[in-house]
Design a protein around this ligand. Sequence first.
Ligand code: 5AD
Length: 351
Amino acid sequence: MFYITPVWEKHLLESADKEEMHSLLNLADTVRQENVKNQVCIHGIIEFSNHCHSLCTYCGLRAENRVIERFRMSPEEIKKTAVNAVKKLGYKMLVLQSGEDLWYDANKLSWLIKGICRQVKCLLFISIGNRDFETYEKLYKDGAKGSLFRFETSDKRLYQELHPDCCFDERIGHLKFMKEIGYLIASGPIIGLPGQTTDSLIDDIYLMKELGVTMAAMGPFIPAPNTPLEGSQAGTVEMTLKMIALARLIYPKVRIPIATALEKLGGNATRIRALKGGANAFMLNLTPPNYRKHYQIYPGKNSMAIHQHSKETVEDLTRIIKSCSRYVCKGWGVDFILNKKRFLSGCAMSG
Ligand code: 5AD
C-alpha cells in the first residue's frame, strides 16, 4: 500500500515543477496498473433535458439563463436512444442525465427505466439532481443501479456561495442515502472553481474515498456565458491531471473517467496524458445530434468530433486506448464493478 503524506499532497498540487508533475503522473500510472490493471471502460451518456430549476452559479443550464434554447426528449425517445446504444452500438453502461427538471416526475422516470431494462441488459446510472428519497428508492427498484451526482466541492462555505438554492449537508445526505440503498455512486468535485483552495481539493479526494464512490467524477471548471461566473478564470488542464493522479494514489481502486470538460480544455493530447496518469474510463456522448448543441453546461460542450458520431467514436477511442498499450474492457466497464447477481435481479434482460 502506497502512502503519501499530507504535506506532499499539497506540495504536489501546488508545484509548477515539470519533473515533479511527470513523476506524479508516472507513479499514478504504476498504481493504476497494480490496482485496476489495463482495462479502460467506455460509458455512454444521454443528456435528455436541459431544463433546470436550479441556480448553480457556474452552470450554463441554470434557470436564470434565458439565452439558451431549452429542450426535452420524450420518455419514448430517451428509451429508444438508450436501447439503440446497447443493441446497436454495444454500450453496457449508460448515464441518463438532465438538468433538475421535475417535468420528468417519478412515474415518467420509472416508466423509462423499467422500459429500458425490459428491453436490454445494461447498467443504468441516473443523473437527475436532487429528488426525494422515495424517488431514488423507486428508480433503484425499477432497475437504475447507479447515480452520477457530483458534490462539486467539499468546502461548505464555497458550496453555499455557488448554490444559492441548495446546501452542502443536503447534497451529501442524498449521496449517502443513495449509497445506502445500493446505488453505485459516481461523484466528485469541479476543479478550479473561483475561491477553491488546494486544501479543499485534497479534501475532495478524501471525501470521494469516504463516500466510497465507484467513480471519481471530477472535471475542470469552464466559465459559461450568461452565468454569474462567466468572467471567472477556467480551471486548468495541469491541475485536473494532478487531481486525477493524486486521486489514483489516495484511492487506488476507484474508477476515474476522463471528463468531457478536460477533453474540451486539452484535446486529444490531454486525454492521453490522463490515461497515462491514473485515469481508466471514458464517457462518450450519445445524445441525439439535434439536441447536443443545446446542452451547454459550459461553452463548446460536445463540440469535440469524437463526441459527435456515436458509432465511429467507439472505434476511434479504441484505437487511442490501444495506442497506450491498454484495452477496452470486455464488459465495457460493467463486469468489474458489479455484483452480477444484483445487476441481473434488478434489470431483467432480453437475451
Ligand atoms: N464547468 C465545468 N463543469 C460544470 N458543471 C456544471 N457547470 C459546469 C461548468 N461551467 C458540471 C457540474 C454538474 C455536472 C452535470 O456538470 O459538476 O454536476
